[in-house]
Design a protein around this ligand. Structure first.
Ligand SMILES: NC(=O)c1ccc[n+]([C@@H]2O[C@H](COP(=O)([O-])OP(=O)(O)OC[C@H]3O[C@@H](n4cnc5c(N)ncnc54)[C@H](O)[C@@H]3O)[C@@H](O)[C@H]2O)c1
Length: 330
């Protein structure tokens, strides 16, 4: 495809605006359209020099589509992009629930279009360095991976209602990290959790705190610790434990300043995902565009989206039933 590409961004909320801004700063593409039924997106689009549309009509008029609308609408938005014959980037998770994810992945596969799912942690420089270290054999054989993701507070009830549960909505990033870093599939999980302070979560079978023990096909094990009540900030860390060494990825301070005084040491915590993964989001969009221009394959495919959703589905099942669950099985 010839640069500069013309792109449409579907959904201009928290994440869509960040992607659109990053794309607008990429010389190999232009943001031609912002698609969002909320009229407040018009001014945002104008600020980027893009057109605004409340529906999918402009998708015919672009080279590729970046879908960042609410997860429940991904099948509709990705479907509209594929029907228009366009290449697609879609935010995680691909769809709400495993059946819908599989159905949409099949549609993507049948279309033959380029497709990339938004597993942006793969682009974070620290996680990318860890991945290279594992591939180079620096840690020996991996024995255990620990993935921690803690949000400062639970999302609002309106979001929780249609988010698919903590493992699909939040844990999907950790599940992808575990698969991607180990290059192994997860075969069994045992999840636990508790509702905590946010009682409304119980109405949707959701929880504030969740843990899952996982077993990989090769025998290694892993642990996921998820929380929506970290209070101090956004706490995302991963530890890789191998026969030849270990790696700890992630940090808690931003800015990287530690102040000392009579009452002790003080620092500000990383406030949220937009700050912690700012560079990853930037690199992700630049790489998406570069791969389309160069004709290179996707680094995070619909198959990765399905594999991660299958693990999240097993975690939700294990949490519900109070016993271990096999991936794709009972
Ligand atoms: N990779 C990450 O780190 C990350 C972080 C946050 C969110 N996400 C994902 O991004 C997606 C959006 O999340 P968000 O937090 O930006 O949500 P949001 O609620 O902030 O924004 C969603 C936007 O979509 C718009 N919208 C609603 N219906 C639409 C339609 N039919 N077509 C186009 N736009 C429509 C809304 O008006 C809103 O502006 C979700 O799938 C979420 O899981 C990913």
């Amino acid at each position: 495809m010839r640069a500069p590409l013309r792109l449409a961004v579907v959904g201009a909320g928290r994440m869509g605006r960040r992607h659109a801004e990053n794309l607008a700063a990429t010389s190999a593409c232009r943001v031609a359209w912002i698609v969002d039924p909320d009229a407040s997106a018009r001014a945002f689009a104008a600020g980027l020099g893009a057109g605004w549309a409340p529906d999918y009509t402009p998708l015919r008029d672009v080279d590729a589509v970046v879908c960042v609308c609410p997860t429940a609408l991904h099948p509709q938005a990705v479907g509209a992009a594929l029907d228009a014959g366009k290449d697609v980037f879609c935010e995680k998770p691909l769809a709400l629930g495993l059946d819908a994810t599989r159905a949409l992945a099949e549609r993507v596969g049948a279309s033959g279009r380029y497709f990339q799912i938004g597993f942006m942690r793969r682009y974070d420089p620290a996680y990318a360095a860890a991945w290279r270290e594992v591939r180079a054999g620096g840690l020996g054989r991996l024995r255990h991976l620990l993935a921690v993701s803690r949000d400062p507070q639970p999302p609002p009830e309106s979001y929780v209602r249609v988010s698919g549960g903590i493992f699909l909505d939040l844990g999907i990033h950790d599940i992808d990290l575990l698969r991607w870093l180990s290059d192994e599939e997860i075969v069994e999980v045992h999840a636990q959790g508790n509702v905590g302070e946010a009682a409304y979560l119980a109405r949707y079978g959701d929880v504030e705190e969740a843990q899952a023990l996982v077993r990989f096909a090769g025998g290694a094990t892993g642990t996921m610790l998820l929380s929506r009540a970290s209070l101090y900030g956004y706490d995302v860390r991963t530890e890789l434990w191998g026969t030849a060494g270990s790696l700890a990825v992630g940090y808690l301070r931003e800015p990287a300043v530690l102040r000392g005084d009579r009452s002790g040491l003080h620092a500000q915590a990383v406030p949220g995902f937009l700050e912690r993964f700012a560079e990853a989001y930037r690199l992700e969009m630049a790489d998406f565009v570069a791969r389309l221009v160069d004709g290179r394959p996707s680094p995070a495919t619909e198959a990765d989206a399905v594999a991660a959703a299958a693990v999240a589905d097993a975690c939700q099942r294990s949490l519900r039933e109070g016993r271990p669950a096999r991936i794709g099985g009972a």
